[in-house]
Design a protein around this ligand. Structure first.
Ligand code: NBP
Length: 481
């Protein structure tokens, strides 16, 4: 650790778990990193433990911190998202100069990022809202980074970010996403997909236990096996590790001593709220968020235990077949979850004029982040072949995969229902698929009802224009004008 003026290529303020690991990552890549934290103790703790990782500049005040940076200055904020981010931005902006770059690497709500970018642009500063995925380990060894903001700031910032990002097949898991809030929007949807993926894995696990009476160790072996096939992914890999874990206190599988009430920190909820505003059916993500909420309704659940289940069917006897059915159902449902997430990204892009490239996102999610998976190569290829795909499930590879999976998928959803085992994400994904491929939907009846009680009008299949029926009179039909 040395100190001299204006020589650090990057500054990191906010040195908790994420900030300290990203600062170390920059330093390990040969950059001089200026360090700052509200309380100096964290800065000193980082230097004491990892000062040898590279060249750091210790600073105590924002003025010292800004003075330590070469121009244009690049400052990465890694503080608790929300008011803290605004407070830090305000302090930094007062000390920085035209053309300097402030990067928010926290989990900001994308509408906050849009607001902050506009405000800082008006003050001559570049603001980059960068989604960063991968948790502590990714931050240190290579995260997936989704930077939004002005394209010109990426020219100066991009090479640094790309060098510390995860690399897959020689390609960094970082690219300029688009203007203002697009980076945080994409990170938000990424987290939503993560929710869906985890819920689907949870449902597969629950079926193994409740329908096939397998124990966690046996299920871990199945997930390990799956991880060498088309389901290969970080989440499937860690699921096997989690299920193999034994509780040191009781000797039981650790998963059995963990309370079955899941938390949600907010990004899943944000994804669903945004999808509602955009009118995009992200049923898999929504079911995942609601499933966590239901699991957390512990009082209600305790009161409802033992309610009638009705007559339940016999459990499957062909374990190998049903295991394969679950694998297929998981894969097909996962395709649906990603298809819905990419639909939301397309809708956000259109709404905010971001001109996002879906294939780029599949590329930078292949490494560093929680949803990294072999399967993302297929998504990348699908969008490279046809960037205007109406839905991912229409890409030949995924259309064929679902065609292969469909019988298994139906068996899993129907068997689960007959056994009284909840599979909200498997079930809603299958219904979504069936609705999307249906020639006619009951929405015609909905439109008729709306016209009946509210004169909302409807369109006809055989004529242009809007129509209204005088329902309670002679049922005659008149153009709505
Ligand atoms: P936290 O979210 O726990 O935030 C702690 C940091 O914020 C400390 O450095 C703290 O300073 C600073 N801070 C707070 Br709190 N209020 C402040 C204020 N008013 N002014 C200045 N600094 C303030 O840290 P984290 O878990 O490392 O996450 C950092 C960001 O990265 C968050 O936005 C998070 O959502 C995001 N993120 C986290 C993960 C993950 O896996 N944890 C993954 C991806 C993104 P102090 O030391 O003085 O209290």
């Amino acid at each position: 650790m040395t100190s001299s003026a204006a020589r650090a290529q990057i500054g990191v303020t906010g040195l908790a778990v994420m900030g300290s690991n990203i600062a170390r990552n920059f330093a390990k890549h040969g950059y001089t990193v200026a360090l700052h934290n509200r309380s100096v103790a964290k800065t000193d703790a980082l230097l004491a433990a990892h000062g040898d990782d590279g060249d750091f500049v210790r600073t105590e005040t924002i003025a010292e911190f800004v003075a330590a940076l070469e121009k244009p200055r690049r400052v990465l904020i890694m503080v608790k998202a929300g008011d803290a981010t605004d407070a830090v931005i305000e302090e930094l902006a007062g000390a920085m100069e035209t053309g300097d770059i402030i990067i928010d690497g926290g989990n900001a709500l994308y509408t906050d990022t849009i607001r902050r970018e506009a405000a800082l642009r008006a003050r001559g500063l570049n603001f980059v809202g960068a989604g960063i995925s991968g948790g502590e380990e990714g931050a240190l060894n290579g995260p997936s980074i989704m930077p939004g903001g002005p394209a010109e700031s990426y020219e100066s910032l991009g090479p640094l970010l790309e060098s510390i990002a995860a690399q897959v097949d020689g390609t960094p898991c970082c690219t300029h996403i688009g203007p203002d809030g697009s980076g945080h929007f994409v990170k938000m949807v990424h987290n939503g997909i993560e929710y869906a993926d985890m819920q689907l894995i949870g449902e597969a696990y629950h079926l193994f236990r409740a329908a096939l009476d397998l124990d966690p160790k046996q299920i871990a072996d199945i997930f390990t096996q799956w991880n060498s096939g088309e389901l290969e992914s970080y989440l499937v890999e860690i699921t096997a590790e989690v299920l193999n874990q034994v509780d040191a206190l009781t000797g039981k599988p650790l998963v059995d001593v963990i309370v079955d009430a899941a938390e949600q920190k907010g990004t899943g909820r944000w994804t669903v709220k945004s999808a509602l505003d955009l009118g995009v059916p992200v049923t898999g993500i929504a079911e995942a968020v609601f499933a966590r909420a239901l699991s957390g309704s512990r009082g209600q659940r305790a009161a409802a235990v033992g309610l009638a289940a009705g007559e339940l069917a016999a459990k499957p006897t062909d374990i190998a077949q049903f295991t394969e059915d679950i694998r297929q159902a998981l894969y097909a449902s996962k395709v649906v979850a990603y298809a819905q997430g990419f639909d939301q990204i397309a809708a956000g892009s259109a709404e905010y004029g971001w001109d996002l490239t879906p294939g780029d996102l599949a590329t930078i999610w292949r490494g560093g982040c929680i949803i990294r998976a072999r399967f993302l190569n297929r998504i990348k290829e699908a969008y490279e072949t046809d960037p205007t795909l109406p839905s991912l499930i229409l890409a030949p590879y995924f259309r064929d995969a679902i065609e292969t999976a469909i019988d298994s998928w139906r068996r899993v959803v129907s068997t689960a229902t007959l056994l009284g085992i909840p599979v909200p994400a498997f079930g809603s994904s299958l219904s979504y698929y069936d609705a999307l491929r249906a020639e006619r939907l009951p929405a015609a009846l909905t439109q008729a009802q709306r016209d009946f009680f509210g004169a909302h009008t409807y369109e006809r299949v055989d004529a242009e224009g809007k129509f209204h029926t005088l329902w309670s009179e002679d049922r005659s039909e008149v153009p709505a004008g």
